[in-house]
Design a protein around this ligand. Structure first.
Ligand SMILES: [Fe+2]
Ligand SMILES: [Fe+2]
Length: 341
């Protein structure tokens, strides 16, 4: 246990001792994961120091990624059910989900492998919401956003497709390709979601904009408004990258999943004219480092391990197959077909 000043405390650490008010009321029990709201509350109450669980201790007592992910999925399902019934979503529940995910993004070195495993666990509509939130948090951290902004990005990720809850089930879950008319209905989800959350007192403009604009593209080819780049909210641009990555790497009723390498290459191409290039670049530069040590299948059907990523060509790493090394930056005919969990 460690006594630490509030000014040097970040959200995501675990409280080591109960906190009481001056009149003896329990304010926060030990083991609580401290969020930004808690920090604001400490400042308001003039609490200057707290005891926290030290990080090695914290990791041992922390819940495993799978457990947190499954908890979040259950919360997300409940939220979506409420939204379907036209109920107002409470800030507290969404905030708790994002707090849990923020801790995982801090602690996990193999976040992408874990996400690949977990996304097979439930329906796309729910895992997609959790994955997009995780990716938004990660991108926010990579872009050095402040913690409150990172948290709001996570909330935008959880809620970005909430408008789908007003789309008829038979269209939303239709196996196979949608007709042009059905696709037009699906394309209404950003506006439906925007109208829905605008009713909530607690929703910030950037979160509502992320819901409205996450399918807009800088060249005006997106929907629902066909907005141009300079008008698209930063939050929407972050969600757009996270959303596209998760959609490409997931199997859905009308398309099979592509490898994370293919997804990153598509994002890179889309950054010329469609996605925000600053965000796509950070994603492109950072994500492939997560793949060092991962087992992959090459297009010649050999299996190997990613051993080195050249920062100038992150999607063309060096792969070791038995005693052979393939430098994909030089062997242009070879590519990574899939990753092995
Ligand atoms: Fe969407
Ligand atoms: Fe989405």
């Amino acid at each position: 246990m460690l006594k630490i000043s509030i000014s040097s405390l970040n959200p995501g650490v675990k409280l080591g001792k109960d906190i009481y008010s001056y009149d003896g009321k329990l304010l926060l029990p030990k083991e609580t994961i401290i969020s930004q709201e808690h920090l604001d509350q400490f400042a308001r109450r003039n609490i200057t120091e707290v005891f926290i669980v030290e990080s090695s201790e914290r990791q041992q007592s922390d819940k495993r990624f799978e457990d947190v992910y499954i908890d979040c999925l259950e919360y997300v399902k409940a939220l979506m059910m409420q939204a379907r019934m036209g109920q107002t979503l409470a800030y507290k529940e969404i905030s708790d989900i994002v707090d849990m995910l923020m801790v995982q993004v801090f602690d996990q070195n193999d976040l992408f492998r874990q996400m690949r495993i977990m996304k097979e666990r439930d329906e796309y509509i729910y895992t997609h919401s959790v994955n997009v939130a995780l990716l938004c948090i990660l991108i926010g951290r990579w872009m050095k956003c402040e913690d409150v902004t990172v948290k709001e990005l996570g909330i935008a990720g959880i809620l970005h497709d909430i408008g789908n809850m007003q789309i008829p089930d038979e269209i939303l879950n239709k196996p196979g390709r949608l007709s042009a008319e059905e696709f037009e209905q699906i394309k209404r989800h950003p506006l439906l979601g925007y109208n829905m959350v605008n009713e909530y007192e607690w929703v910030k403009e950037s979160i509502a904009n992320a819901i409205l604009m996450h399918h807009e593209r800088a060249d005006g080819s997106g929907y629902p408004l066909g907005m141009k780049g300079y008008k698209i909210d930063f939050f929407a641009s972050v969600v757009a990258v996270a959303d596209l990555y998760d959609a490409i790497t997931s199997s859905r009723s009308y398309s099979s999943k592509a490898s994370p390498y293919t997804a990153v290459e598509i994002l890179w191409q889309e950054s010329f004219g469609k996605l925000d290039p600053r965000i796509a670049k950070v994603f492109y530069d950072k994500i492939t480092n997560f793949y060092v040590g991962n087992e992959v299948v090459l297009s010649n059907n050999e299996r190997g391990v990613v051993v080195f990523v050249d920062p100038s060509q992150p999607t063309r790493p060096i792969v070791m197959c038995g005693d052979k090394f393939y430098n994909l930056a030089l062997e242009r005919s070879l590519s990574i077909l899939d990753m092995v969990d």
